[in-house]
Structures are given as C-alpha cells and as structure tokens.
Design a protein around this ligand. Sequence first.
Ligand SMILES: Cc1cc2nc3c(=O)[nH]c(=O)nc-3n(C[C@H](O)[C@H](O)[C@H](O)COP(=O)(O)OP(=O)(O)OC[C@H]3O[C@@H](n4cnc5c(N)ncnc54)[C@H](O)[C@@H]3O)c2cc1C
Length: 454
Amino acid sequence: MQTVDQFKPDAIIIGTGLAGLTAAMEITNAGKKVLLLDQETEKNIGGQAYWSFGGLFLINSSQQRLMGIKDSFDLAHQDWMSTASFDRPEDYWPRQWAEAYLNFAAAEKYDYLAKLGIKLMFMVGWAERGDGSASGHGNSVPRFHVSWGTGVGVVKPFVEKAYQAERKGLLLFKFRHRVTNLISRNGAVKGVSGDILADDDQERGVATNRNVISSFSFYAPHIVIASGGIGGNHELVRENWPARLGIAPLKMISGVPAYVDGKMIGVAEKMGAHMINRDRMWHYTEGVQNWNSIWPDHGIRILPGPSSMWFDAKGDRLPAPYLPGFDTLGTLKYLQQNGSSYSWFILTQNILKKEFALSGSEQNPDITNKDYWLFLQRLFGRKATGPVESFKEKGEDFVVADSLEALVKQMNQLTGDGMLDYEHIKSQIVARDRELDNPFSKDFQVNYIRSTRK
Ligand SMILES: Cc1cc2nc3c(=O)[nH]c(=O)nc-3n(C[C@H](O)[C@H](O)[C@H](O)COP(=O)(O)OP(=O)(O)OC[C@H]3O[C@@H](n4cnc5c(N)ncnc54)[C@H](O)[C@@H]3O)c2cc1C
C-alpha cells in the first residue's frame, strides 16, 4: 500500500462527513490529490449526514411551485438575514457565506443535486415556522425539501465519488487517525499530527474506543478542517452556552453521535485560528430520548405538525409563538426562564397519525429505503409510521391513555412531582377546541393551522 510520503497530497482534509467528502470531491475533480483523515472507522463514512432526515433548503423549486408555494430569492434573503441577525464585526464572512448560499439555493443547487442523482420528494416541509413576524426569525414558506432516501441517499453519491477518486489514485483514506495538532511552517499551516486509534468493529454510529496505538504526522500545501460541530460534547456545549438562553438545561440529550466532539476546534484555536460565534448554537427543544439508542444519550427530534398543544412543566399552555415547529430557540429560552426543565405535547392518535414524524434516516425507513409500499402506508394507513408507534409504546417520555384524566394522572406519575392539574389542562384544551367551531378565531395556533391547510 502506498505511504502518505509516496502519495504526496495536495490537500489534507480532516473529517469524512458530508463537508469533508464534498471538499474532497471538488478538489479531486480538479485533478488534485487529497488525503482524507477521520478519527472514526470506515463504517462511519458520511458522518452525521447519514443519520439525517436529508432535508434540503431550496428556493422557488418546482416542488414548491407544484404545491402552490410562491417563494423568491428576496423572501428567502429576508428570512435568512432576520434569522441570522448579523450584528457583529466578525459577521462579515458569515454574511458573505449566507449571500453565496442563498444564490446557490435559488439557482445552481437544484441541478447540482440532480446531477449527483439525489431525488427530491414531492412534499416540501416547513422547518422553523418562526417567531410570528415578517421581519423576524424563521421561514415564511415551506422550503425543507426531503430527499427520497433521506440522509443516506444524500451521502451516497459523495461516498461513491470518494471511492472512485481513490481508485483513480487521487484520494487516500486514513481512518482511525485523530488529529490533535496542526503543524505550522513559515506562519502557515502545512501539516497535521495526531494519534492512530485501535480498530473497532462497532456498527455505524455506536461510540468506538479511543485507545491510542501509534502516532502520525502528514504534510500538504493545503489543510481543510471539516470536523463537524460540538453537539456530542455536552461539556463544550455548557462551556459555550449563551447567557441570552438562560441557564443550560440540567439534562440534555444528543441528536448527534459521540464523534461530534468539537475537540478539533480547540486544536485549531491553539494554532491561532480566529474562532467566532461560539455562542450561536442551535438546539431542538422538541427532543425525546431514543428508546433504541445507537449513540450515548441518543435523542430524537420530533418533527411536529402544527396541531399538538404544548404545555410547560406546570401544565400551562405555551404562549404564541412558542408552538410546535415554530421557534425552537425562543421556546427553549422561554422554558428555561420559566423554570421548566421539560415540557409536554398533548395530542390525539389522529394528530399522531397525520402529523407526527421523527427526524433521522433510521426513523423513516420508508423514505430511507425508497420503499413505495411502506410510504403509501404512511399516507393512507390507519396507524402512524412503525417508528412513531414504537416510540408511543416504548419511549420513556411517552404516556398514552384513553381519557384526558387518566393521561394527566400518568403524566404526574412519570415525573413524580404531581405538578399537573387535570381541570386546568382540560379547560385550556376545551377553550382551544371551542375556537374550532367557526371559521373565525383569536387563537394564534388555530388560525395558523387553518392558514397552512388552505
Ligand atoms: C439526526 C440528524 C438529523 C439531521 N437532519 C438534517 C436535515 O434534515 N437537514 C440538514 O440540513 N441537516 C440535518 N442535520 C445536520 C447535518 O447532517 C450536519 O450539519 C452535517 O451532516 C454535518 O456535516 P460535517 O461534515 O460538517 O460534520 P460531521 O458529519 O460531524 O463530520 C465530521 C467528521 O470529522 C471527524 N472528526 C472530528 N474531529 C476529528 C479529529 N480531531 N480528527 C479526525 N477526525 C475528526 C468526525 O469523526 C466526523 O466523521 C441532521 C443531523 C442529524 C444528526
């Protein structure tokens, strides 16, 4: 096998997630040689994106037009800039990036995906409906295009391109290589060094060992860091927690595998990299513990439709705009400030069947495996999808009952703190449902549901 010295890479990329694979594809397409390093095993190629729902941001696509959604560059620009709230001198580059990405999503991205063989489903979802104002946070229209194949389908062509480049002699993989240091020559980073970790035959996503068996140093004219975020490292999340969100929750769960450890950020910083926006982090408030965990503290995000009612730990309905799927960080801040370390969705089986989905490729086997029969059952079956029904039965955060009274009793039993009052919860549900009896309403959620069903 060729050594790295013999291979002589033009670039070293740290990370075989989607970012690293995309960079590798672009560099090898230009005929240059790439050394691709990852601390994980080869089974984990594709990183987080493999586990993702594969929701893709596009502007004014044919799918949107077919659904009667009128999107435009200007509307998407307004939404992006309002959500990002760029207000710092160091926002110069993030702003340039946002402009470039908006242009990409409104034009070239559609064909770029098609050329890679990534197919989009006919339905466009609505990630982050927002804070209720035109110039505030969120998306004004649905833009979340689900790929047929979820994240597994998104990652596949990039993985295939990397192996093709390997066969052509343009790419060399080194798995179980954890970078712990960047090597500088004449003021520029020209190399990386670190630990070689012992092999591990765990399945994809399961945390692997960190036993060091050797060390390495490699050099190249260009170094690309594509090591992902910090979500799997709660210590780092707490360290960087922004004061504006209140105190960090005592208990957190992880939407990402353990290898999303954020340690490479510290390595880069030690070498003088200018880190910005550490406090701008993203969390999903609608997270539940996975009953069938793959990685440590495995959390799954509920992709809620708009109809479930959302209550704080004391049983008070959350005020607008803190509704399911609207403003996750706003809701998190609200709950933290109101002293709720958890919250409740209350919904019927009908809502569960029609609206309730779970994020992640393994939670959507019909779309991930491109199984039309299973997908038709999602649309027309009598029950919710298999994974949703399994969570209902086995999820430790789920309580199911035939009457509201029995439900509230079980909710109190689950938490052990007895904070919920049946009559209080019932009165809020009855009041909301009373607003459904005619086409007029003052309830924000009811009006919203109606506007989305037009
Ligand atoms: C369940 C789930 C659902 C999601 N759904 C969506 C969605 O619908 N739409 C969307 O846009 N996004 C979604 N995301 C987010 C998206 O998948 C990620 O933002 C994206 O995949 C990150 O890619 P990355 O290459 O930057 O990082 P990663 O995938 O984390 O890859 C980084 C790689 O770097 C390696 N690494 C880290 N440090 C070192 C080191 N020191 N030395 C060597 N290697 C190192 C890691 O082992 C890892 O393999 C979802 C994510 C998850 C987990």
